[in-house]
Design a protein around this ligand. Structure first.
Ligand code: SF4
Length: 64
């Protein structure tokens, strides 16, 4: 199976430019899941830019 990196990266909303996992969604999710976090694409544009990927930040972003 071919990696979909080039396709995925077109819809990636992560603004953390130095990250080598951009477009590699499987690695991105595994990385953040291991830290009990969510990837950038779960967050609003404003919250994403804080780079706080915590579940608490997600809940707050959702107004919960
Ligand atoms: S969400 Fe995290 S792992 Fe995924 S591309 Fe952005 S910085 Fe990298």
């Amino acid at each position: 199976m071919n990696c979909n990196k080039e396709t995925n990266i077109k819809s990636c909303t992560c603004t953390y430019s130095p990250c080598s996992r951009k477009g590699l969604c499987c690695e991105c999710i595994a990385y953040h899941r291991a830290m009990n976090q969510l990837p950038a694409c779960y967050f609003s544009e404003k919250t994403e830019r804080s780079y706080d990927r915590s579940i608490a930040a997600f809940s707050k972003d959702q107004g919960r």
